[in-house]
Design a protein around this ligand. Structure first.
Ligand code: 1PR
Length: 592
């Protein structure tokens, strides 16, 4: 009997590789980490889960001398599976890293998405998208080694891609030697997976793509080494150049390609007994209204996150709202929550709360980068920064006003984005409406330029809140420390500032709407959505399924988040998705 193939994973120390390790264990396979160059010879199958930035990956491979060994392995004909950056290193090089070269196995460049495409689109390309075959292989239908399955949604997160039509006709022609799938983001098409002989790569993350991703991994893991190393089958391209598969879902055609993402949020804090519980407040007050005022306990974080994964949440967000006496790193229970959740949740995990430079009581300095690194290693895909981001943008604006260089490269947003990629840094904003007294004559003259209200009638607000808003004027003031302290920065200033610092996504809460069930604050979300080119997650106020449809339709946000209605079982994630689909919005459907 043939011995089991030895599976190795190459980790270059950036980003969340824990999730891939967890998914392999969950599928019942064993693996080892590549520790030095000699391990490449021992490996029968190799997985390279490249998360983060191309430059970091290529740089590490070069300085550690592993680039040569990797190239030798890939050329040896033994099975290789590269994920995201692990696929991109097969290509020639990336415009992300000036001069940093890939392995050049696929002589085609990696370039950046065009944010100006079709007016405007958010970059990174973040979320769930389909993958469609460009060619037909002559393999028999159902061949066990057929990996490029289509018709499912997979999780993508990247700003650079092998964009079709971005190179010379000669380079484009060499792509025809590879079996690849194509995905579309706006009007741009890119290679979303590629295969030839022993080489397989996906731009998306199977380990974060729910059941569809696990299924894909399972197929590669279970395929015999010989089947994965066999010479490529001839490919046929359609004469008219069209892809073999076409997206059968009509709703998709009208969208950017991405589905409308639904995020389940778990605010976590220690209760009065010191246990971490999922809680939920109204306007950020998480204590019971009756006597005693205990912290509301809505369940256990790990159990709830698994439940939401199984019921189809596209993403899970943990916000640790405990006030830390020292750094969040000392808070081992939260790291343990992330670690345990990542064992059963195979969609992206975001973790926020306390991610900033701090000093522990014993004098040990902890940088935001260090805290974030601990969460990534525990299984988080993104970290979310709240209060600190407001202070950073204040500094940025002050430096700019003094005529100094606005970016220092030292803030948490910058250092984390630099090491792990912009897509790993979310900024969570907690704005609050500040109303003007419009009955005062010439009230507008007293309003500072930065706080000019952009709407005075409220007529664009949700129908349920319209009557009491008509005639009012307000601005959106940013808060810190869980809404307890206000700052002078306006929400648009903040959103633009964090984008300049390098954040990859905005989680937009509303202190006024939090827990109210009155619907999302559409005016707020539209203002921020229009002000930046990074994805925006709308949050706070969801009361029913129709609120989600409204926020996607009226603001163009990429994702919508809710907490209370999911925790209390008032509305299910499947119900929200069914409603969106009935209104022609694309959603990810799961088989679970
Ligand atoms: O400032 O970097 O330590 O991060 C703290 C994080 O914790 C911030 O993201 C901040 O939004 C959050 N936070 C702090 N205090 C509270 C609180 O509730 N007392 N929660 C808090 C914020 C808002 C959302 C909530 C949505 C949806 N909660 O997380 O899930 O409003 O709720 P709904 O659907 O029930 O309306 P830092």
């Amino acid at each position: 009997q043939a011995s089991k193939p030895r599976l190795y994973i190459l980790d270059y120390g950036a980003g969340n590789v824990r999730s891939l390790a967890n998914s392999i264990s969950r599928l019942g396979y064993e693996f080892e980490w590549i520790k030095d160059e000699s391990d490449f010879d021992k490996a029968d199958k190799l997985l390279f889960p490249g998360v983060g930035a191309f430059q970091q990956a290529a740089g590490m491979l070069k300085t550690s001398g592993m680039m040569e060994s990797l190239l030798k392995y890939v050329r040896s004909g033994k099975p290789y599976f590269g994920i995201c950056i692990g696929m991109q290193v097969l290509f020639e090089g990336s415009s992300e890293a000036h001069g940093a070269k890939g392995l050049g196995v696929i002589p085609y460049p990696i370039s950046k998405f065009n944010a100006a495409d079709g007016g405007k689109k958010s970059v990174p390309h973040m979320g769930w998208n389909g993958a469609w075959r460009a060619h037909e292989s002559d393999k028999p239908a159902g061949d066990a080694s057929e990996l490029l399955l289509t018709g499912e949604d997979y999780y993508f997160v990247h700003s650079y891609a092998a964009l079709l039509g971005h190179s010379t006709p000669e380079a484009e022609a060499t792509l025809k030697d590879f079996a690849y799938t194509v995905s579309r983001y706006g009007s741009e098409q890119f290679v979303s997976s590629v295969r030839r002989g022993n080489i397989f790569g996906t731009q998306f993350h199977p380990e974060k793509s729910g059941p569809a991703g696990l299924d894909l991994l399972q197929r590669w893991l279970s395929a015999p080494v010989e089947a994965l190393s066999a010479p490529p089958h001839p490919l046929t391209t359609r004469d008219d150049g069209a892809w073999i598969d076409q997206d059968p879902r009509p709703t998709r055609a009208a969208s950017s390609g991405l589905t409308s993402r639904i995020v389940a949020c778990l605010d976590v804090r220690s209760n009065d007994n010191g246990d971490l519980v999922v809680t939920k407040g109204d306007q950020y007050d998480v204590r019971e209204k009756e006597e005693g005022g205990n912290v509301r306990n809505l369940g256990k974080p790990v159990e709830l996150s698994r439940k939401y994964y199984e019921s189809g949440a596209d993403e899970i967000c943990f916000l640790n709202i405990t006030s830390f006496r020292s750094s969040a790193l000392q808070d081992q229970p939260m790291l343990e929550v992330v670690r345990s959740s990542a064992e059963t949740v195979f969609v992206p995990l975001t973790v926020g709360g306390g991610i900033k430079d701090t000093v522990d009581p014993d004098g040990t300095k902890r940088s935001a980068l260090e805290v974030a690194g601990a969460y990534f290693r525990a299984g988080a895909d993104k970290v979310s920064i709240g209060s600190e981001a407001v202070l950073n943008v204040e500094d940025l604006l002050a430096r700019e006003a003094r005529g100094e260089e606005p970016l220092t490269g030292k803030t948490g947003i910058e250092t984390i984005a630099n090491a792990y990629g912009a897509q790993a840094v979310v900024v969570s904003i907690d704005p609050k409406r500040v109303y003007y007294d419009t009955t005062e004559p010439n009230w507008i003259d007293a309003v500072p330029e930065a706080h000019r209200p952009t709407l005075i009638t409220g007529e664009t607000s949700t129908t349920r809140t319209k009557p009491d808003e008509v005639g009012k004027a307000w601005w959106y003031q940013c808060t810190i420390s869980g809404g307890r302290a206000v700052r002078d920065v306006d929400v648009v200033q903040l959103a633009r500032g964090v984008e300049r610092l390098g954040a990859g996504e905005i989680l937009l809460n509303s202190v006024d709407r939090d827990g109210s069930g009155k619907g999302f604050d559409l005016d707020l979300i539209r203002q921020v959505r229009d002000a930046v080119s990074i994805p925006v997650v709308a949050s706070s106020g969801a009361g029913n399924a129709a609120d989600f449809e409204e926020v996607f339709e009226k603001t163009g946000c990429e994702a919508a988040l809710a907490a209370g209605i999911f925790h209390r079982g008032e509305v299910g994630i499947d119900e929200v998705k069914a409603d969106l689909e009935s209104h022609g919005l694309p959603v990810r459907r799961t088989a679970l």
